[in-house]
Design a protein around this ligand. Structure first.
Ligand code: HEM
Length: 161
Protein backbone atom coordinates (compact mmCIF):
# COMPACT_ATOMS: atom_id res chain seq x y z
CA UNK A 1 0.00 0.00 0.00
CA UNK A 2 2.77 2.43 1.01
CA UNK A 3 4.70 1.42 -2.12
CA UNK A 4 1.66 2.28 -4.24
CA UNK A 5 1.45 5.67 -2.52
CA UNK A 6 5.13 6.29 -3.31
CA UNK A 7 4.54 5.40 -6.98
CA UNK A 8 1.63 7.87 -7.06
CA UNK A 9 3.74 10.59 -5.41
CA UNK A 10 6.60 10.04 -7.87
CA UNK A 11 4.17 10.25 -10.79
CA UNK A 12 2.41 13.34 -9.40
CA UNK A 13 5.63 15.21 -8.71
CA UNK A 14 6.81 14.60 -12.28
CA UNK A 15 3.67 15.57 -14.19
CA UNK A 16 4.33 18.51 -16.56
CA UNK A 17 1.91 20.80 -14.68
CA UNK A 18 3.55 20.16 -11.30
CA UNK A 19 7.08 20.45 -12.75
CA UNK A 20 6.08 23.83 -14.22
CA UNK A 21 4.64 24.89 -10.85
CA UNK A 22 7.78 23.80 -8.98
CA UNK A 23 10.07 25.52 -11.49
CA UNK A 24 8.17 28.80 -11.56
CA UNK A 25 9.47 31.76 -9.56
CA UNK A 26 6.02 33.35 -9.19
CA UNK A 27 3.46 30.50 -9.03
CA UNK A 28 4.23 29.13 -5.54
CA UNK A 29 3.08 32.16 -3.47
CA UNK A 30 -0.42 32.24 -5.07
CA UNK A 31 -0.75 28.51 -4.37
CA UNK A 32 0.24 29.14 -0.74
CA UNK A 33 -2.25 32.03 -0.64
CA UNK A 34 -4.97 29.69 -1.94
CA UNK A 35 -4.31 27.27 0.94
CA UNK A 36 -4.37 30.08 3.48
CA UNK A 37 -7.47 31.78 2.02
CA UNK A 38 -9.38 28.49 2.22
CA UNK A 39 -8.07 27.90 5.73
CA UNK A 40 -9.17 31.36 6.89
CA UNK A 41 -12.70 30.62 5.76
CA UNK A 42 -12.69 27.06 7.07
CA UNK A 43 -11.03 27.73 10.43
CA UNK A 44 -12.95 30.97 10.98
CA UNK A 45 -16.36 29.40 10.43
CA UNK A 46 -15.33 26.34 12.48
CA UNK A 47 -14.24 28.55 15.36
CA UNK A 48 -17.53 30.50 15.23
CA UNK A 49 -19.58 27.30 15.57
CA UNK A 50 -17.27 25.84 18.24
CA UNK A 51 -17.47 29.04 20.30
CA UNK A 52 -21.26 28.98 19.94
CA UNK A 53 -21.22 25.36 21.22
CA UNK A 54 -19.34 26.69 24.23
CA UNK A 55 -22.15 29.19 24.81
CA UNK A 56 -20.66 32.36 23.27
CA UNK A 57 -23.38 34.55 21.68
CA UNK A 58 -26.21 32.31 22.90
CA UNK A 59 -28.61 35.25 23.05
CA UNK A 60 -28.28 35.96 19.32
CA UNK A 61 -28.80 32.74 17.37
CA UNK A 62 -29.41 29.12 18.18
CA UNK A 63 -26.58 26.65 17.43
CA UNK A 64 -28.63 25.33 14.55
CA UNK A 65 -29.30 28.79 13.03
CA UNK A 66 -25.60 29.64 13.15
CA UNK A 67 -24.56 26.26 11.74
CA UNK A 68 -27.03 26.61 8.83
CA UNK A 69 -25.92 30.19 8.08
CA UNK A 70 -22.24 29.22 7.95
CA UNK A 71 -22.61 25.80 6.32
CA UNK A 72 -22.01 26.73 2.65
CA UNK A 73 -19.07 29.10 3.36
CA UNK A 74 -17.61 26.53 5.73
CA UNK A 75 -17.43 23.82 3.06
CA UNK A 76 -16.38 26.23 0.28
CA UNK A 77 -13.45 27.17 2.54
CA UNK A 78 -12.59 23.51 3.05
CA UNK A 79 -12.66 22.86 -0.70
CA UNK A 80 -10.31 25.81 -1.39
CA UNK A 81 -7.96 24.72 1.44
CA UNK A 82 -7.78 21.15 0.12
CA UNK A 83 -7.13 22.37 -3.43
CA UNK A 84 -4.29 24.66 -2.28
CA UNK A 85 -2.94 21.98 0.09
CA UNK A 86 -2.93 19.38 -2.66
CA UNK A 87 -1.00 21.70 -5.00
CA UNK A 88 1.53 22.50 -2.25
CA UNK A 89 1.85 18.79 -1.60
CA UNK A 90 2.28 17.92 -5.27
CA UNK A 91 5.52 19.89 -5.78
CA UNK A 92 7.35 17.71 -3.25
CA UNK A 93 5.00 14.75 -2.77
CA UNK A 94 7.72 12.16 -2.10
CA UNK A 95 9.24 14.35 0.60
CA UNK A 96 5.92 15.11 2.28
CA UNK A 97 4.76 11.47 2.53
CA UNK A 98 7.97 10.66 4.39
CA UNK A 99 7.66 13.65 6.72
CA UNK A 100 6.39 12.63 10.23
CA UNK A 101 4.63 15.94 10.91
CA UNK A 102 2.85 15.83 7.54
CA UNK A 103 1.83 12.22 8.16
CA UNK A 104 0.40 13.04 11.59
CA UNK A 105 -1.38 16.08 10.15
CA UNK A 106 -2.98 14.37 7.18
CA UNK A 107 -3.23 10.77 8.37
CA UNK A 108 -4.41 11.26 11.96
CA UNK A 109 -5.37 14.78 13.01
CA UNK A 110 -7.35 15.95 9.95
CA UNK A 111 -9.52 12.77 9.71
CA UNK A 112 -10.31 12.88 13.46
CA UNK A 113 -11.03 16.64 13.47
CA UNK A 114 -13.12 16.33 10.32
CA UNK A 115 -15.20 13.47 11.75
CA UNK A 116 -15.90 15.50 14.91
CA UNK A 117 -16.74 18.58 12.82
CA UNK A 118 -19.31 16.66 10.76
CA UNK A 119 -20.77 15.18 13.95
CA UNK A 120 -21.04 18.67 15.50
CA UNK A 121 -22.85 20.00 12.42
CA UNK A 122 -25.25 17.04 12.44
CA UNK A 123 -25.99 17.43 16.16
CA UNK A 124 -26.63 21.21 15.89
CA UNK A 125 -30.40 20.79 15.75
CA UNK A 126 -30.56 18.50 18.83
CA UNK A 127 -28.24 20.78 20.82
CA UNK A 128 -30.40 23.82 19.99
CA UNK A 129 -33.36 22.61 22.02
CA UNK A 130 -32.21 24.17 25.29
CA UNK A 131 -31.05 27.79 25.74
CA UNK A 132 -27.82 26.63 27.42
CA UNK A 133 -25.79 24.15 25.28
CA UNK A 134 -25.64 20.74 26.99
CA UNK A 135 -22.26 19.77 28.54
CA UNK A 136 -21.62 17.29 25.72
CA UNK A 137 -21.95 20.12 23.15
CA UNK A 138 -19.45 22.25 25.08
CA UNK A 139 -17.01 19.35 25.26
CA UNK A 140 -17.42 18.69 21.53
CA UNK A 141 -16.82 22.37 20.67
CA UNK A 142 -13.73 22.61 22.86
CA UNK A 143 -12.31 19.31 21.55
CA UNK A 144 -12.82 20.37 17.94
CA UNK A 145 -11.03 23.68 18.52
CA UNK A 146 -8.10 21.87 20.16
CA UNK A 147 -7.94 19.38 17.27
CA UNK A 148 -7.76 22.12 14.58
CA UNK A 149 -5.14 23.91 16.66
CA UNK A 150 -3.16 20.63 16.70
CA UNK A 151 -3.53 20.35 12.89
CA UNK A 152 -2.06 23.86 12.49
CA UNK A 153 0.74 23.01 14.97
CA UNK A 154 1.63 19.85 13.01
CA UNK A 155 1.56 21.90 9.76
CA UNK A 156 4.01 24.51 11.00
CA UNK A 157 6.29 21.70 12.26
CA UNK A 158 6.60 20.17 8.75
CA UNK A 159 9.80 22.08 7.82
CA UNK A 160 11.52 20.97 11.09
CA UNK A 161 11.59 17.30 10.05
C1 HEM B 1 -8.00 21.53 6.57
C2 HEM B 1 -7.09 21.58 7.49
C3 HEM B 1 -5.70 22.10 7.26
C4 HEM B 1 -5.06 22.99 8.06
C5 HEM B 1 -5.59 23.62 9.36
C6 HEM B 1 -3.76 23.23 7.48
C7 HEM B 1 -2.84 24.12 7.99
C8 HEM B 1 -1.67 24.48 7.36
C9 HEM B 1 -0.77 25.51 7.79
C10 HEM B 1 -0.98 26.40 9.03
C11 HEM B 1 0.29 25.51 6.95
C12 HEM B 1 1.49 26.47 7.00
C13 HEM B 1 2.72 25.83 7.53
C14 HEM B 1 3.88 26.81 7.44
O1 HEM B 1 4.09 27.40 6.38
O2 HEM B 1 4.56 27.00 8.45
C15 HEM B 1 0.06 24.48 5.96
C16 HEM B 1 0.93 24.16 4.96
C17 HEM B 1 0.78 23.06 4.14
N1 HEM B 1 -0.35 22.27 4.02
FE1 HEM B 1 -2.03 22.43 5.10
N2 HEM B 1 -3.64 22.50 6.33
C18 HEM B 1 -4.81 21.78 6.15
C19 HEM B 1 -5.10 20.90 5.13
C20 HEM B 1 -4.18 20.43 4.22
C21 HEM B 1 -4.40 19.38 3.27
C22 HEM B 1 -5.73 18.62 3.12
C23 HEM B 1 -3.22 19.20 2.59
C24 HEM B 1 -2.86 18.23 1.50
C25 HEM B 1 -3.69 17.72 0.64
C26 HEM B 1 -2.26 20.15 3.10
C27 HEM B 1 -0.96 20.30 2.68
C28 HEM B 1 -0.08 21.28 3.10
C29 HEM B 1 1.28 21.42 2.61
C30 HEM B 1 1.97 20.51 1.61
C31 HEM B 1 1.82 22.54 3.26
C32 HEM B 1 3.25 23.13 3.11
C33 HEM B 1 4.10 22.61 4.26
C34 HEM B 1 5.52 23.17 4.24
O3 HEM B 1 6.30 22.75 3.39
O4 HEM B 1 5.83 24.01 5.10
N3 HEM B 1 -2.89 20.88 4.10
N4 HEM B 1 -1.13 23.88 6.24
Amino acid sequence: MYKLLLVFCHWLQNTPFVLALAGSTWAYPPVQATHFTGLSLWMGTNAALDLRLLGVGKGRQTISELSDALFVWNWIGFGIAVLGGFLLFSVSAEGYVANPAFRVKLGVLIPVALALHILNQRKARVWSQTPEPPPVAKLAGLTEMLLWFSVATAAVSIPDF
